[in-house]
Design a protein around this ligand. Sequence first.
Ligand SMILES: [Zn+2]
Length: 163
Amino acid sequence: MLQRMTKSGTSRYSFHYCGRAVDINQALGGGNGQRYFIVKEASGQQMYWRIYCKTANSSGAHIKALTKGQVKYYSFFNGKDIDIPAGNYVDLTTLIESSGKFERIKAQSGWEKDYNKTEWWHFQYIVAKQATFLDEMELIGYSEQQLRIAGWSNDAMLDHPPG
Ligand SMILES: [Zn+2]
């Protein structure tokens, strides 16, 4: 049964409902075995993220050597920018977006105080994106009535842009 998610950081119009969103493994973003080094990339008032994935291989397509501190990554645990360790990395964000089929999303406001709102792990499929949340949900088989029952209860919600 279709249900609205209430977890902090989950957009009411998330592309997860539409089956278009992918969340990569957050466990690789810190702690032992950290692979993802997540870099702040502000655009106007919005915050986006760029993910550098540390690789075991030193050469290969998309692999680039970085010196210590060549890039500052953001530590969600410490709340500050830190020198990236020297090593070999793939710019995962560029790689994912280079297909032209997936995009990253901006952090939700208040991300500094709520990790769930950072959304650094979230990518979504953008081919033939629909104009409204209702159009998106109809594409995967939900009816307007089902949406209304599940809590998208008025026209403004149904006509809201997805995402
Ligand atoms: Zn997501």
